[in-house]
Design a protein around this ligand. Structure first.
Ligand SMILES: *Cc1c(COP(=O)(O)O)cnc(C)c1O
Length: 376
C-alpha cells in the first residue's frame, strides 16, 4: 500500500509523547504524600529532587520552579537587569517573553548556520552601552559557543544566562551544560526529555548563596519569615506531586535517553547523507539527550511544507519548530524585522522536527521516512 493511504487502525503519532514511569512507582509515592499531607511548599520530595538533580546535572547550585518559564522570568529578575538583552529569534516564545515581561528589551542576533545557536561572530555588533545580559539558547540540545560567550560576558561585564530547556542531562566537553555561563534554566515540561508534569529549574556552575537566596525569595512571594516580606516576589513553587513524578522519572532517565537514541539512529540510517536533506549529525564534544529530530529540507529537492502536510494526512504530526521566528510573531513584528536575522528566517522555513520519543516503534520510523522521501 502506498504511503498516501492510511489504514484506519493506525494510531496518530505525535512529535513527542510524555515519558511515564510504571504507575505503581508513582502510586507508592502518592501514598506517602497522603500520609504526610504536605502537598507543596518545599516538602520532602521537593528537597530530595533538588539534591538529586543537582548531582545528576553536575552543577553546584540548583533551585526548582513550577515551570521553566517562571524559572527564567524570576532568574532574570534576580539579576536586577536594566536595558537590552541580546538573544536569538530562533527559539520558543518563552525566551523572549521572559525578557519583555521583566521590562527589558530583546535585541535579536542571528544564528549559526551550523547548529542554530546564537552566532558569536555577529554578536559583538549588537552590543551597546545599554546591553545588560546575553540570553542564548541551546537549541534542540545543540550547545552554544559557551567559551566565546563567557569571554564576551567578561569583556563587557554582563551575565550570560542560558535557556537550557532543551539540554537536560547533556554534557559538553565532559561538563554538565548547566554549569556554563552565569546561570541556566531547564524546563521539566511533560514534552521534554525529563519532566515533572510541569516544572523547571535554575542551575549555577559555581557556589553563589546570595543569588540562590534571592531566587528562593522570588519564587515564594518575597517572604523571608513569618513577619517579613522583603521583595515583590511571585509564586514559582514546585508542588510535591510534580517533585514525586520527577523522582520517578529520574530513576528511568537513562532508559528514556537510550530509547530516544535508538530511534535517532534508525532515522540516521535512513535519512543521513541524502541530497537535499540535512540530518542533525551529533557533535563529538556533546553527550546528547536526543531530545529532538530537526531535519532541514532544501527547496531544490524537497518541500518542507509538502512533507509536513503529507505526514499529517498519514496521522503523523511533525512540527515546524521553530517557525515562525520570534521576531515575526504578531506581538513583536511591529518593532522588529525578521529580515535582520536572515539565517534564522531561512532555517525556520527549511526545518521540520520529526517524531522522536522512547517508545516509538522502529517500524514507525521506517514508515515516517518512507512518507518523507516519497515526494521529489
Ligand atoms: C519548553 C521551553 C521553555 C519553557 O519551559 P516551560 O517549562 O514549558 O515553561 C523555554 N524555552 C524553550 C526553548 C523551551 O523549549
Amino acid at each position: 500500500m502506498s504511503a498516501g493511504q492510511r489504514k484506519p487502525e493506525e494510531a496518530v503519532i505525535n512529535v513527542t509523547r510524555a515519558s511515564l514511569p510504571p504507575i505503581e512507582e508513582y502510586q507508592a509515592m502518592l501514598r506517602e504524600i497522603w500520609e504526610s499531607a504536605q502537598l507543596t511548599n518545599m516538602g520532602r520530595y521537593h528537597e530530595e529532587l533538588r539534591e538529586r538533580l543537582r548531582r545528576y546535572l553536575g552543577v553546584e547550585e540548583l533551585e526548582l520552579f513550577v515551570n521553566g518559564h517562571s524559572a527564567l522570568e524570576l532568574l532574570l529578575q534576580a539579576f536586577s537587569l536594566k536595558g537590552e538583552v541580546i538573544t536569538t529569534p530562533f527559539t520558543f516564545a518563552s525566551t523572549t517573553h521572559a525578557i519583555v515581561r521583566n521590562g527589558l528589551k530583546p535585541v535579536f542576533c542571528d544564528i549559526s548556520e551550523k547548529n542554530y545557536t546564537i552566532d558569536v561572530e555577529k554578536l559583538p555588533e549588537k552590543i551597546t552601552e545599554n546591553t545588560c545580559a546575553i540570553l542564548p539558547v541551546h537549541v534542540y540540545g545543540n550547545i552554544c559557543a559557551v567559551h566565546k560567550l563567557s569571554e564576551m560576558g567578561r569583556k563587557y561585564h554582563i551575565p550570560v544566562i542560558y535557556d537550557a530547556a532543551h539540554a537536560f542531562g547533556e554534557s559538553y566537553e565532559g561538563r554538565g551544560v548547566g554549569s556554563y555561563g552565569d546561570a541556566s534554566m531547564f524546563s521539566f515540561h511533560a514534552t521534554k526529555v525529563f519532566h515533572t508534569i510541569e516544572g523547571g529549574a535554575v542551575s549555577l556552575g559555581r557556589r553563589d548563596p546570595e543569588l540562590m537566596e534571592r531566587l528562593y525569595e522570588l519564587k515564594n512571594f518575597g517572604i523571608l519569615g513569618q513577619e517579613e516580606v522583603a521583595s515583590v516576589g511571585a509564586n514559582g513553587k514546585m508542588n510535591e506531586f510534580s517533585a514525586a513524578m520527577g523522582l520517578c522519572n529520574l530513576n528511568h532517565i537513562s532508559e528514556y535517553i537510550e530509547g530516544r537514541k535508538r530511534v535517532f539512529e534508525r532515522y540516521r540510517e535512513i535519512l543521513s547523507g541524502r541530497r537535499g536533506i540535512l540530518f542533525p549529525e551529533p557533535d563529538p564534544d556533546t553527550k546528547s539527550n536526543y531530545a529532538y529530530l530537526p531535519v532541514r529540507f532544501f527547496k531544490a529537492s524537497y518541500s518542507r511544507d509538502a512533507i509536513f502536510e503529507r505526514l499529517g494526512k498519514n496521522g503523523i504530526h511533525a512540527r515546524k519548530y521553530f517557525y515562525p521566528c520570534v521576531n515575526a510573531y504578531r506581538c513583536y513584528r511591529e518593532q522588529y524585522d525578521e529580515r535582520e536575522t536572515p539565517v534564522a528566517g531561512r532555517i525556520s522555513r527549511e526545518i521540520l522536527t520529526l517524531p522522536i520519543y522512547p517508545g516509538l516503534p522502529l517500524e514507525e520510523v521506517d514508515r515516517i521516512c518512507r512518507i518523507v522521501l516519497e515526494e521529489r
